[in-house]
Design a protein around this ligand. Structure first.
Ligand code: AKG
Length: 321
């Protein structure tokens, strides 16, 4: 399957093999197209280990059809759910707590590729996002947006989108509006929407590009690049992880390091069952350029406009200082 946009075949991703990528090639693709698909960055066996851990969690949650190997990810249609359903959030949190989920963004081969783009002072943002996408559920498909809208900080920040298994077009991989990063910040609609999105009339750029993304491949794109998920038309769950990378001297929004909502999440709770100290609080040792800074957060926690906003800043402050 080639994937279709308005009934037409979608233009394929521009791609390169991991052993052929150079800093010049990666940077020029990013400048021109706002993305590059790199094939075979992470060894399949390393991706499989994460898939194994994640499928155990979702199988225990009843999300998989009994009688199949969990690694096949056959979905139990009756269990379909997604953010913000409370049942989804509970299982999502178990996935988020997995050490392997946090280890993948630090994989040496992935970091080697990201350093070609951001330089040696690479910050791996500590909150990757797991996508646990049931099939045949239109409401769970992520619509067009720019990551900058959600991350803030410096736009020179890059996302790596990594499927945990082979992801043919009918399983719903990401697609990209090529060259869209060159049009700056685009207005997102947020009225009555759980997640803000860009209306098709507002999206500017070249053509939508897409195609299959296999286990071990990494789709890298700029924080201003417009992208969206393709619908999952299969019978399998689509499981992927997206994480963000930047030069740590560039401005970073501290919300990307902390849990600001009312969920009760904390790094202490997440780390509690981890067998190794290696990846705990690794960013605290880096000379980060936070905006708002710690002293500005103190000020905001004391004097921001409403009690809810003051509480939010206080929560962030308590986790980054
Ligand atoms: O995987 C998805 O469905 C959406 C991912 C996404 O929007 C992102 O990586 O920023």
């Amino acid at each position: 399957m080639d994937g279709r946009v308005d009934g037409r075949a979608m233009k394929p991703f521009r791609e390169v093999k991991a052993n052929e990528v150079t800093p010049e090639l990666l940077r020029s693709a990013m400048d021109r197209d706002g993305y590059l698909l790199i094939r075979g960055v992470v060894p399949r066996s390393d991706v499989d280990q994460l898939l194994d851990d994640v499928t155990q969690v979702i199988e225990a949650a009843g999300w998989l059809e009994p009688g199949h190997d969990p690694m096949e990810r056959m979905a139990n249609a009756g269990a379909a759910c997604g953010d913000p359903d409370p049942g989804f959030k509970r299982t999502y949190q178990e996935v988020f707590n997995l050490p392997a989920f946090h280890a993948l963004p630090h994989h040496p081969e992935l970091k080697r590729a990201m350093k070609m783009l951001v330089g040696d002072r690479v910050l791996v943002h500590p909150k990757p996002i797991g996508r646990l996408i049931f099939p045949q559920c239109d409401r769970l498909t992520v619509h067009a947006h720019q990551d900058y809208r959600f991350m803030g900080g410096d736009p020179e920040c890059f996302t790596a989108w990594i499927p945990m298994h082979d992801c043919p077009v009918d399983v719903g991989p990401l697609r990209i509006l090529e060259g869209s990063h060159r049009f700056g910040i685009i207005k997102h609609e947020d009225e009555n929407l759980h997640v803000p999105e860009i209306a098709s009339a507002e999206a500017m750029g070249g053509e939508w590009v897409g195609g299959e993304i296999m286990a071990g491949d990494v789709l890298i794109f700029h924080s201003l690049t417009v992208h969206a998920a393709s619908p999952n038309l299969s019978r399998q769950m689509r499981l992927s992880l997206d994480c963000r990378f930047q030069d740590y001297r560039r401005v970073l929004n501290p919300a990307n390091l902390a849990f600001a909502g009312d969920s009760g999440k904390s790094w202490e709770k997440i780390y509690a069952s981890w067998p190794s100290e290696d990846l705990k609080y690794y960013w605290k040792g880096l000379p980060l350029n936070l905006k708002p800074s710690v002293s500005e957060l103190q000020e905001l926690a004391a004097s921001a406009e409403t009690e809810a906003i003051r509480a939010r800043y206080a929560k962030i402050l308590s986790q980054v200082s």
